[in-house]
Design a protein around this ligand. Structure first.
Ligand code: SME
Length: 170
């Protein structure tokens, strides 16, 4: 009997699609986040550790990290992956949209997103969550995947729990 694959990848138009759920261990991700951030209030240190925790626990991603709001721009913060764009205007790209709307953005195909900012041509889908302090956006969490449709609503809900851990340190 053939082994059941953890995920099936379809090949369409030369680009891989995620056609089943990924087995991200969100339980471990949340436990590690709570453990490492417990009692620590240094924002940059916490962003650095969270980017590493997400990178270690999420399959099929090629970048994860943070942009920090400074005046009316988002400026690159701690991340894992290739070097990335440094400054993003509020309202621009997926990150700037998440920050301006203070709402999570899930983009199945970044090439269809008006104004998408391509830092790495390998990226095909993306999820961005705002980070709030006293109701104001102070940063965003950005995760990219080389697969189309990598992220779904459940990923958004689970990642929000990790963001909540960070927000509780503020
Ligand atoms: N694609 C993002 C820019 C940041 S990189 O993905 C790291 C955007 O459109 O805002």
């Amino acid at each position: 009997m053939p082994a059941t694959p953890l995920l099936n990848l379809g090949y369409m138009s030369g680009t891989m699609h995620a056609t089943t759920q990924f087995n991200t261990d969100y339980h471990s991700m949340l436990l590690q986040s709570k453990g490492l951030l417990d009692g620590e209030t240094d924002f940059i240190a916490n962003l650095a550790n969270l980017s590493a925790i997400i990178w270690m626990n999420m399959p099929a991603i090629n970048w994860c990290g943070f942009y920090i709001k400074k005046q009316q721009q988002l400026v690159l913060g701690p991340f894992q992956g290739k070097p990335a764009c440094i400054r993003i205007e509020m309202g621009k790209g997926v990150c700037g949209t998440a920050a301006a709307k203070a709402s999570t953005q899930i983009v199945d195909d970044v090439h269809q997103f008006p104004g998408h900012i391509a830092c790495d041509s390998a990226s095909n889908s993306e999820i961005v969550l705002p980070i709030l302090q006293n109701g104001d956006v102070i940063a965003v969490l950005d995760i990219d995947s080389p697969l189309l449709q990598r992220f779904n609503q459940q990923d958004g809900l689970e990642l929000q729990k990790v963001v909540n851990v960070l927000q509780q340190t503020l």
